[in-house]
Design a protein around this ligand. Sequence first.
Ligand code: NAP
Length: 353
Amino acid sequence: MVAIRRASRYTGLSASIRSCLALLGFAGLLGGAGVFLLSMDGGETQRGTRGLVGVGAHSAGATLRKPHLVYGTAWKKEETAGLVRQAVATGFRFIDTACQPKHYNEAGVGNGWTAAAQELGLSRGDLWLQTKFTPIGGQDPNNVPYDPEAPLADQVRTSLEVSLKNLRTDYLDSWVLHSPLEAFEDTMAVWRVMEEAVDAGKVRQLGISNCYDLDVFRTLYQQARHKPAVLQNRFYESTKFDTELRNFLKGRNIHYQSFWTLTANRGALGSEQVKTLAEAKGLTPQQYMFAFMMSMENVTPLSGTTSRIHMAQDVAVMERVQSGESMFTTHEQRLFAKILGMPMDAPGSTAYN
Ligand SMILES: NC(=O)c1ccc[n+]([C@@H]2O[C@H](COP(=O)([O-])OP(=O)(O)OC[C@H]3O[C@@H](n4cnc5c(N)ncnc54)[C@H](OP(=O)(O)O)[C@@H]3O)[C@@H](O)[C@H]2O)c1
């Protein structure tokens, strides 16, 4: 058994050494049960039997109130099952996919989480699964997971049934409309069908993605019977980091899920200034970015890493945030926002409350 105790003693270690220690724990986990992985809050987190801090069976509500990372499964093709299995073994519990074979292997996600659950003794309630209905415009015309000639409502219903089968589950924790449709009435027509799925107990909550227009989001919110609980968008400078939208989400219990979080901010993350800031907290620049995101109210970054080392780093920083460690002073948060080019009064950040 590998036992790494009292991680707070290691706060002086460089990020790379700490990552290696976390990896040691990961390797140990695969080797047998009852293994303890480095938990940077100074405590121990037993994996496989209890799951991550704040992530447990039938506690989705409480869990969602804790900052966390979502494991993203796009572009992994035939590697999907193995990577999802590895992500869960490392400590991810939230998984994002889509019923869009062009970019996602949804069945691979189903195989991956069930394999990991079996190995680790986890149940469905220990995982949080999110998938998407992708309108026809976002599908590969040669590989559409529903009848493209069928009425829109039927396309949505079929997509859900395909997702449930692929994911090997009888309910989704979260079902996201991949993007608004061209006509708002079509967006609402899809939403009404998605609401039926909530009524039927097949879906716990709804969301929308690639919605960068506050008016569209607000109108959807106003007209929805089951309000959106998620907005999944690209987090980047071109949209001013969705500052207005995130302001709208605040206080409405809507999570902002960010993608492109690292990719779109590579320049800032590669700078010497950020490397220095991150190193001072024993973090890599990428971990620092994720910590910054999780320090904002209701902001949840996605990580689609394919690297074992990065998986371990991502889980380690998530655990640090979940442990309640105060990672940023207001000054540090403002400084980093400025480096990113994010509006200084960005709402949604605890630093600006
Ligand atoms: N709704 C949508 O339309 C939409 C669009 C795009 C993505 N998404 C979702 O968002 C997920 C994430 O996608 P993304 O575009 O943000 O990019 P990503 O797939 O997470 O890629 C991030 C890049 O950063 C690198 N990286 C370096 N250090 C890292 C670290 N510590 N942790 C994680 N990555 C690190 C990764 O390389 P390594 O692999 O070597 O770590 C990778 O090249 C997708 O899988 C998908 O679920 C949704």
